[in-house]
Write a protein that binds this ligand. Structure first.
Ligand code: BGC
Length: 414
């Protein structure tokens, strides 16, 4: 673990009579490569440059970040970790336990992070009491997106129950429209699955299943209903779904080829990047049921040599949690700020709904970490669940068989 002092000194290359402060540098590994994502990360690159930093970009394409995480492991094993890495949830603690993360507590304390971040978010950013990651945003996962014109032309309102969703989908199918835009990649199957699970299991059931890994809940009749609904949804996707990237699925909703997409609000970043307006061109609604599945993007700094790299890490950490970055970045990204003191007046109706629902679920005990986006479980357990979800979705496996496989996979992963 490396400790560096940053404090109130700006990381811009400062030169005084006898002190030369290193010029901040950072090689940044991330998976923000879609249109909306690239626009968002450009905000950070610009702020870093404006503050004297030199950014080396290491984008690794692949929604959900699986490919980026493989690239990270290879770099760390080769003894050549990037300076800053998009990393989140329990994976932060897993890397901390490997002894390869830098301690950014000096920045966190100088910037008063503890006063501006909700405890639920701050907890993910701390490792044994020190700060080991900087949060960027709060993405909500449990959303349904829709093409407004397609729904209107077919006399369909945004569904509020899964039965309504299924009825609307059948009607759309009859009219020759693809009901559900989906990309058959394991993480996208998992994203849809957890949104369905939240609606059907309820917040307590979701927590028992995907946070506590309670076997009775994993094999319950309610969980069988979740797999039943997944089977129904499988009938609403087009034949070309395997392997499709999530942003191409969003584009299908945008251009009216498909009606709905079940995806986190990074999809909103795509709509916005294409100049589409919420409430006019596209609609957003939380999936049927209570609760809020959060997915907080964050950056961890890896233990690297060189004062310039360390100055880069300190500068990045400071900017990431800074008020101005949190506003502009999240306006582009589709998420809401992680900080509680960023005014939301420039944000759209979907962001307002997200912020209101997040506050209400936090109050009511239904604010839950996304398992599919690495917020709830360690990699071995979330991977075990996703393997079952995706093999069920891509075969004729029964729901009975799926819940049995789920219980076995979890038991073997512990
Ligand atoms: C990340 C988002 C990203 C999405 C698609 C999620 O896991 O949290 O920031 O846009 O994956 O790549």
């Amino acid at each position: 673990m490396k400790n560096y002092v940053f404090g109130a000194v700006s990381a811009v290359a400062l030169m005084s009579a006898n002190v030369v402060v290193a010029e901040p540098k950072a090689e940044v590994l991330h998976w923000w490569t879609s249109g909306g994502e690239a626009r968002s990360v450009a905000v950070l690159q610009q702020e870093f440059a404006d503050n004297g930093g030199t950014w080396t970009d290491m984008p690794v394409a692949g929604g959900g970040g699986d490919a980026a995480m493989s690239a990270l492991r290879a770099r760390v094993l080769a003894g050549n970790a990037p300076t800053a890495v998009q990393l989140k949830g329990p994976a932060i603690q897993e890397w901390y336990e490997e002894g390869v993360l830098a301690d950014i507590s000096a920045v966190a304390e100088a910037e008063g992070w503890a006063d501006v971040l909700p405890a639920s978010i701050a907890g993910h950013m701390q490792c044994e009491g020190s700060w080991c990651a900087a949060p960027v945003n709060v993405h909500r996962v449990d959303w349904i997106w829709a093409n407004a014109d397609v729904l209107e032309a077919n006399g369909i309102a945004m569904p509020t129950t899964w039965d309504e969703f299924n009825a609307a989908a059948e009607k759309l199918q009859g009219a020759g429209i693809i009901p559900l835009a989906h990309g058959g990649q394991a993480w996208q199957d998992a994203t849809v699955f957890e949104a369905v699970a939240l609606g059907i299991l309820g917040a307590d059931g979701f927590r028992k299943a995907f946070v506590e890994l309670d076997e009775a809940t994993l094999t319950s009749d309610a969980m069988k209903s979740v797999f039943d609904q997944m089977r129904t949804l499988r009938g609403f996707v087009d034949p070309n779904f395997p392997g499709r990237d999530w942003n191409l699925a969003t584009a299908m909703v945008m251009n009216g080829e498909a009606a709905f997409q079940i995806m986190g609000d990074w999809a909103k970043g795509e709509f916005l990047a294409a100049g589409k307006a919420p409430g006019e061109d596209f609609l957003c609604a939380s999936v049927p049921g209570e609760g809020f599945l959060y997915n907080v993007d964050s950056f961890a700094m890896f233990d690297v040599d060189g004062e310039d790299n360390q100055a880069g890490q300190a500068l990045l950490a400071k900017l990431i949690v800074g008020q101005s970055f949190q506003k502009v970045f999240n306006l582009n990204k589709g998420s809401i700020p992680a900080r509680v003191d960023v005014a939301l007046d420039e944000f759209d109706s979907c962001a307002h709904l997200s912020a209101e629902d997040m506050a209400a679920s936090s109050e009511g005990g239904s604010l839950l970490p996304s398992y599919a986006h690495g917020m709830a479980l360690r990699g071995a357990q979330s991977g075990a669940i996703t393997d079952v979800v995706t093999s069920h979705f891509n075969s004729d496996m029964s729901s009975d068989e799926a819940v049995q496989q789920l219980a076995t996979a979890i038991a073997n992963s512990l």
